[in-house]
Design a protein around this ligand. Structure first.
Ligand code: ADP
Ligand code: MG
Length: 726
């Protein structure tokens, strides 16, 4: 019998990557060359049409038919000039991935020839028969029709031979079946609230932009080793594997030299990203061996989300050329750090001010502290919903574990800001900065803030100088989910803030005083959510409980916040999603969770029964034969004294085998019971409470066997092989 693992280990040394030929010239010369950006539009559209379209796109108006035909014609000409032969509406269904259905430009005409055709209606709307995509019961398969509609705010792009047009995906009856639809609505809601808010300080603000920069963590594993690990292939993580003698304890990987092979991969990834206008800026090693990170420069949130989805696709695609598999799972390897996606979020005005930048004068300081207090209070009121937005089967391993522990949501703002907010809280009356300054004296915020070094790496939601960084997002997740929730809760809270300030002004309060009063109120209200200490410490658990903060580490239970009365009110009040749509999303999340745990459980069972146990028995037989042989050649006394250890190993192996068998069977019967349950919620909870508890038990015995069985026989690539790039 051939050992797949040993063959894979040998293979890793001898394969060469198929590198991409870099385009000639500097990056700036080909950056964005595969996107239908403004410069391509200018080139391919008549001047007046271009002006018209930019106007419409920027003011969010509807595009009329004539205009659509014009854009479609120019988009087609551009795409054909780049060698595209197909087009597709590219959308974000509720699977969390992206979906596309390609159509050819080619259209037969009467004389037996064909032309390339693409008109306005094909650009604007399509009806993909996407009946197998999840809808949470909104659509029945027999009335599967849903349609996709063009999102002009995210530029179309070309991948391989296909023009991809970013679109929303809605059901025939108008319900959103994707993440982009509610995303765009929350951006709109937040923009409105922000503009209104900015008018307290500057009447010239007409528009704001929500910004997002996504730091993306991931692991790389050699493709041959990956192919020999059915668990990683099917579930994205290793369900078995004993820790390597060395992993991250020396911290020698973090920010170390990027291995040659990985650098070559990253180079190609960057080239392809740049062509698509994804502004990758940084790359470095992460904490765990074979763990890396790349991050783009921040962009408008809707575009940034699209780009992150696209980036994940590119990462896999380029990985294949380099014989590498990209592991996006949140916790692929036990005992070393998992991966997340840090979502850096802020709001920028069209006057160039970042609402989360501490100001230079009293006025901008007041604006900053006001906006900060609103964000903090939004987190305070909607922590459960925020947690639900990042909960997933993969992220469950990180909930309460040793990275960005999102089981308790809290916010970190740093020592200086804490001091500032404490002063605001206690200052009952307002002081004037000076005689000439009519503004309120908000305590001065020191310049040092931007470079502040006491960044708390343990906080799930941290202020980092001029943005908040939401670190609880899973590495494989779409950023749309948490960004929908964050945008919405801040929009809602800010609208309330604005309203109350206006009410105070109406009652005769001076504007600045009114704002300050509200800031003070918000600072007090949100105080319990602020935590500067170590989020990994046990004292935090007790402290959080005392403060009345919730702590939910179980994923299906954390989903429940999606359908609480408060959450439904929030979404409905702001016109983002209806109750029906929220129920649908809730059930999709549950179903997805159940399926993932079910697959993991099956993989564990199969691997144990068909790979691990037979090998363990084989090795055990060798030991038994050896013991019998010894008994034949040795006198009894010598035999008894030296065989003790060997016999003990035989016994140990037997015990592990029998424990594995027993627990796999018990797990199977729990799975059967769970499968018979009707409701999505009951089923997910049964998988979480009854099936999953067998995972660590079975794993413990398998991992022990890994240490006992002859290395040459062991069938699965080991952690030391998977985690140290050659
Ligand atoms: P870190 O030290 O956490 O790695 P960086 O300074 O490298 O942080 O930035 C991380 C991400 O934050 C980058 O993608 C960057 O573009 C983004 N970022 C910076 N400023 C903003 C902002 N105002 N809004 C949103 N994202 C931002
Ligand atoms: Mg960061």
């Amino acid at each position: 019998m051939e050992n797949l693992r040993l063959r894979a280990v040998e293979t890793t040394f001898c394969r060469k990557p198929v590198k991409i030929t870099p385009p000639s010239g500097k990056v700036s010369e080909y950056y964005g060359s595969l996107t239908f950006n403004k410069s391509a539009m200018r080139e391919f559209l008549p001047v007046d049409a271009y002006d018209n379209i930019i106007n419409v796109i920027e003011s969010n108006e509807k595009i009329n038919r004539g205009m659509a035909d014009q854009i479609a014609a120019s988009m087609k000409a551009w795409a054909l000039s780049k060698g595209a032969t197909h087009y597709t509406h590219w959308f974000h269904p509720l699977t969390g991935a992206t979906a596309e259905k390609h159509d050819s430009f080619i259209h037969p005409i009467e004389d037996g020839r064909a032309i390339e055709r693409f008109n306005g209606s094909e650009l604007i709307q399509q009806e993909p028969d996407a009946s197998s995509l999840p809808s949470g019961g909104i659509r029945n398969t027999f009335e599967a029709r849903g349609y996709t509609a063009w999102d002009p705010s995210s530029p179309a792009f070309i991948i391989d031979d296909t023009l991809c047009i970013p679109t929303v995906f809605v059901s025939y009856t108008g319900e959103a079946l994707d993440y982009k639809t509610p995303m765009l609505k929350t951006v709109d809601a937040l923009n409105k609230a922000c503009v209104d808010f900015c008018h307290f300080f500057d009447r010239n603000v007409k528009n704001t932009t929500v910004t997002l920069g996504v730091e993306q963590e991931f692991f790389l594993v050699d493709a041959a080793l990956y192919a020999a690990r059915p668990d990683i292939m099917l579930t994205g993580r290793s369900v078995f594997g004993h820790a390597s003698a060395k992993d991250q304890q020396l911290s020698d990987h973090y920010f170390g030299t990027i291995p040659e092979r990985v650098r070559e991969y990253m180079k190609d990834l960057e080239i392809e990203s740049y062509k698509l206008g994804i502004p990758i800026k940084t790359r470095h090693n992460e904490v765990a061996p074979n763990q890396f990170e790349c991050a783009p420069v921040f962009e408008e949130v809707n575009v940034a989300v699209d780009h992150n989805q696209l980036l994940m696709h590119l990462m896999q695609k380029i990985g294949d050329r380099h014989n590498l598999k990209v592991i996006l799972h949140e916790k692929p390897f036990k005992g070393v750090n998992g991966s997340g996606k840090h979502n850096n979020w802020s709001v920028m005005t069209d006057r160039g001010d970042n609402l989360l930048s501490p100001g230079k004068n009293a006025k901008s300081n007041l604006r900053f502290t006001a906006f900060l207090s609103v964000v903090l209070n939004a987190i305070n009121k909607n922590a459960d919903l925020l947690r639900a937005s990042i909960a997933s089967a993969g992220n469950e391993h990180r909930l309460g574990a040793h990275e960005a522990p999102p089981a308790i949501i809290s916010a970190f703002i740093g020592e200086q800001l804490t001091a500032t907010l404490d002063i605001i809280e206690k200052t009952g009356t307002l002081k004037k900065a000076s005689k000439s300054d009519n503004n309120i004296l908000v305590p001065k915020i020191p310049e040092i803030l931007l470079d502040n070094t006491d960044r708390n790496r343990t906080s799930p939601f941290a202020f980092t100088g001029n943005k908040f960084e939401f670190r609880a997002v899973g590495s494989s997740a779409t950023c749309a989910k948490p960004m929908i929730v964050l945008n919405l809760m801040v929009a809602d809270e800010l609208a309330r803030f604005n309203k109350e300030v206006k009410a105070l002004i109406k009652k005769g309060e001076k504007k600045d005083k009114a704002i300050f009063k509200m800031v003070q109120k918000y600072v007090k209200e949100s105080k319990r959510i602020r935590f500067e200490g170590n989020n990994y410490g046990d004292d935090w658990l007790a402290e959080a409980e005392k403060r009345g903060l919730s702590n939910v580490a179980c994923v299906p239970r954390s989903f429940q916040a999606m359908v609480s009365k408060e959450s439904k009110d929030l979404f409905v009040r702001n016109g983002i999603l209806s109750e029906k749509e929220m129920d649908a999303r809730y059930s999709i999340n549950l179903e997805n969770y159940t399926k993932k745990i079910q697959i993991e459980s099956r993989v564990m069972g199969d691997l144990s029964t068909n790979h691990i146990i037979p090998i363990a028995i084989r090795y055990q037989n060798t030991l038994i034969e050896n013991a019998i042989g010894l008994k034949q050649v040795l006198d009894e006394k010598t035999y008894n004294s030296i065989s003790r250890n060997q016999v003990r190993t035989i016994k140990d192996i037997s015990e592990h085998i029998s424990e594995i068998k027993k627990n796999v069977e018990l797990m199977l019967s729990e799975r059967k019971i769970a499968n018979r349950l009707e409701g999505d919620e009951e089923k997910a909870l049964a998988y979480s409470d009854k099936v999953m508890p067998y995972f660590p038990i079975i794993r413990r015995h398998v991992d022990k066997l890994e240490l006992l069985v002859d290395d040459k026989l062991w069938p699965l690539p080991k952690y030391r092989e998977l985690l140290f790039m050659k």
